[in-house]
Design a protein around this ligand. Structure first.
Ligand code: AHM
Ligand code: MG
Length: 333
């Protein structure tokens, strides 16, 4: 039997939301379209002039890559054109965009936060990158311009979250709080098919993913944890795998079992990853797949955000392994 398409799946699952008006389904369909458009360009990188840096610096004082900026524009355009959200915040934009402010008739109730192209240091070398999205119900009144508070909600309030991975194949993986499902793009047809239903972390994990080049700057608990992973005992030593692209590292670890770590370093004393665009959506997916996400002491999804581009230390993956990381942090830091 032909597997379900993403479009069919979204409609079939609409009943999981009581009083659903179909708005979230339409939004997921707009993301599906944006993902296909970005995929089209990512696949052409190298053939057209979209590799390299723009010469501009983004909201985080990092060099912007051309493909970063293009993906940002493509996502924002796809969402604005379909008039399906009332506000957008992007890792690449200084401030949020209020769509309700532009269009008085906009009665949409969802805001979306995106990291349009994550892992951008991998773009020029043909290694997997991804897009991440996170969706909330607005808290300000419908029909008025959105406010920053609509975006600064704790992660446990997310209505849906997911990522697109542009890898050996392109996949869209998402959750609406009823498990995690993965869809693979058939590039010949331009259709996503359900290929990974009900994704779960294996109970035991063996992979740890961390930029060990920063070792000397890690907190003592993390240094000790890495050594613990390398010891010849029980189900260890573990395997080290690090792509440097959160989406790809997370995706592999969810399928094979492992953890991703980005601790505080001297360069990034609060960690490098952004709570709203990267950590919250991945944490929601992780929990829905039986895993765990922590900043070392707290559940990521319980953190009350204070600013749009806030960074946090991030540990995500197999529950047992994250428990161990928290234990090491509590003992040594
Ligand atoms: P980006 O959003 O600028 O691409 O940065 C986020 C990325 C993650 O995908 C990745 O895991 C991490 O930064 C890699 O950082 P580093 O190069 O310091 O190891
Ligand atoms: Mg990113």
């Amino acid at each position: 039997m032909q597997p379900k398409t993403l479009g069919e799946f979204v409609i079939e699952k609409q009943h999981e939301f009581p009083y659903s008006t179909g708005e979230l389904s339409s939004l997921l369909n707009a993301i599906r379209l944006a993902a296909k458009i970005v995929n089209h360009y990512v696949n052409k990188a190298g053939l057209v002039d979209i590799l390299g840096a723009t010469g501009e610096i983004n909201a985080h004082a990092e060099e912007q890559q051309k493909l970063d900026m293009l993906a940002n524009k493509l996502f924002i355009d796809a969402l604005i054109n379909r008039e399906i959200v009332c506000g957008i915040a992007s890792e690449e934009e200084e401030s949020f965009i209020s769509i309700a402010g532009h269009n008085k008739d906009n009665t949409n109730k969802y805001v979306i936060l995106i990291d349009p192209l994550d892992g951008s240091s991998n773009i020029d070398v043909n290694v997997s990158v991804g897009s991440i999205f996170s969706i909330y119900r607005r808290i300000s009144p419908v029909g008025t311009p959105v406010t920053e508070a609509d975006f600064l909600q704790p992660g446990h309030k997310q209505v849906a979250a997911g990522y697109v991975i542009y890898g050996t194949s392109t996949m869209l993986v998402y959750t609406t709080g009823h498990g995690v499902n993965g869809f693979t793009l058939n590039p010949a047809l331009g259709v996503f098919y359900l290929s990974h239903p009900n994704m779960k972390f294996p109970e035991k994990g063996k992979i740890y993913s961390i930029n060990e080049g920063n070792y000397v700057h890690f907190p003592m608990g993390i240094k000790k944890y890495i050594k613990y992973c390398q010891e010849e005992t029980g189900d260890r030593p573990c395997t080290s795998r690090y792509i440097g692209s959160l989406v790809s590292d997370f995706h592999r670890n969810m399928i094979k079992g492992g953890v991703y770590l980005y601790p505080p370093t001297s360069k990034h004393p609060n960690g490098k990853l952004r709570l709203l665009y990267e950590c919250n959506p991945m944490a929601f997916l992780a929990e829905q797949a039986g895993g765990k996400a922590s900043d070392g002491n707290r559940r990521i999804l319980d953190i009350e955000p204070s600013e749009l581009h806030q960074r946090v230390p991030f540990y995500v993956g197999n529950k047992e392994m994250i428990d161990k990381i928290e234990e090491f942090i509590s003992i040594y830091d």
